[in-house]
Structures are given as C-alpha cells and as structure tokens.
Write a new protein. Structure first.
Length: 267
C-alpha cells in the first residue's frame, strides 16, 4: 500500500460503517447511509455518508445538505479529530486501518516515482500538500477581490511555496499560490488551477502568466458549494474561478462550477 490520499480514502471506504462508528459516533445508520449532524460529529441528520458503493458513487463519500459541504472519510477524520496537517490525518487513518507507518527513507532507498509533470497525479499530490486558506495569503488575496468564501469550501487551498517555471528560460522559483481543485463528476481531482501571489500581499505575483492550470480540464470544473455528481435543482456554471466565486458570494446558497481555460495550461 502506497499510503497515498486516494488509496487511504479507498481503504477507509471499504470499512465505511466502522469509520463512522469511530469518528461520527453521534450519528446512526439509516439504510445505506450514516446520518449525523455534520462532519465534526454534531448530533443531527443533515449529513449522510454512503456506506456501500452504488451507482451514485463509492463508499465513504458524504454530503451535508445543510451546508453543501462534501468529501471523503479522510475529511471526516480531519474534521472530527481537529487535525490540520495531511500527515497527521494520514497517520490517524493508518492507525485506524492498522496499517504500519511508512518507514523513513534510508540513503539510497527507492522512493515513490515522481508524478509525470502536468498529470492528474501531479495535481492530486500538489493539492494534498496544500493547506486550508483560513488565515493565509490566499484568503487575504481573495478578500481583496471581494471574495469571501466559506471556510468549508474544500476545493480551494493554499501552498506557501509552489514551484513556478519560466516558460522561456526554464528557470524555477517558489512563490505562494492559491490552489483550486478541478474535479470530475465522480468527485476525483483531475487537475488544478494555480494562482501565484505576491509574497508582500499585493495581489498576484509579478509574472507574465501568474495563473496556470495543469491536469485534465475538459469536462471538469472547480465546484463550490456542491458535491460533484450529487442531484441539485439549480446551479450556475461559467468560465473563470474568480468570476464564479464572486457569484457564490452574492448568492451563497447557489452551487456553482467554474471551468478553467486551457490557455493557462502549462507546467
């Protein structure tokens, strides 16, 4: 087992009811779902976790009808345990699954192969290494644009030192970046949009192309306030993350999906 986020989420899904009984103990089973108040284990019924895979999706996926939050069982562990770093979430998931922690890499030991540049796997790894935007430069950047997103929006994260490659010279530098996940209808991250930020807090970084995407974009989008593939009566879709996020601010109950432009696709 590699211990990757997707593999851990799949393994947890294989034991979805046991995970719910451990981390969402204030809920109860109802048919093929675990019902609870929210992902932080509050009493209630607005959140439901799928216990067995079916046509709607894999086991372990959940949605909170009251807040439009959604996610997988790694999110349940993070929120119910009050964890922040993905390493701590992964360690707790491994503890629950009785999976040994990965050994430290000895000198000369074979490491996990690097993801192909620009691939969906590279996008998923970068997203897993990012952090929630609360209190970060990304949150301040969005606020400066008049975009005040809920702290529960899981599609948007922050990376304090994201690599940026000059497409002419090939030189690289690290800059803080707003990271937005591009997700398929089944909830799987297929790509990212990176917006590099000025470390001084003065908007976007002073680059010729401060916004780039990677991964598979066609037919996928950045979803705000909605679980991809879940039924919804009304939603809005359009091009541009900040455009659609601004609409979300004006109409907070409206789920939105933002398409990203292939014109920004680069390494």
């Amino acid at each position: 087992m590699t211990g990757s986020a997707s593999e851990l989420a799949r393994r947890l899904g294989d034991h979805a009811e046991a995970v719910c009984r451990e981390y969402l103990s204030n809920g109860h089973r109802s048919g093929n779902y675990w019902m609870v108040g929210d992902v932080r284990n509050t009493r209630g019924r607005s959140m439901h976790v799928r216990l067995k895979a079916n046509a709607k999706g894999p086991a372990g996926r959940w949605v909170d009808e009251a807040t439009s939050e959604f996610g997988d069982l790694l999110d349940v562990i993070r929120e119910s345990c009050g964890l922040v770093d993905f390493r701590d979430v992964a360690d707790e998931a491994r503890r629950f699954l009785s999976v040994p922690l990965p050994p430290p890499h000895a000198p000369g030991a074979q490491r996990q192969p690097a993801a192909a540049p620009g691939s969906p796997d590279a996008a998923r790894r970068l997203f897993a290494m990012s952090q929630p935007i609360a209190g970060t430069l990304a949150e301040r950047y969005l606020a400066g644009r008049g975009i005040l997103l809920s702290a529960h929006e899981r599609a948007v994260r922050f990376h304090p030192g994201c690599y940026c490659r000059d497409l002419v010279t090939g030189e690289t530098q690290t800059l803080p970046a707003l990271i937005a996940a591009v997700t398929s209808l089944d909830g799987r991250i297929t790509g990212l949009q990176r917006t590099w930020l000025d470390p001084s807090g003065q908007g976007k970084a002073q680059l010729a192309d401060p916004r780039r995407s990677l991964g598979n974009l066609l037919g996928n989008g950045i979803w705000l306030g909605h679980q991809p593939g879940a039924p919804v009566s009304v939603m809005a879709a359009g091009e541009g993350f900040e455009t659609m996020a601004s609409l979300k601010v004006v109409m907070p109950a409206l789920p939105v999906a933002a398409a990203t432009s292939a014109n920004h696709l680069a390494g």
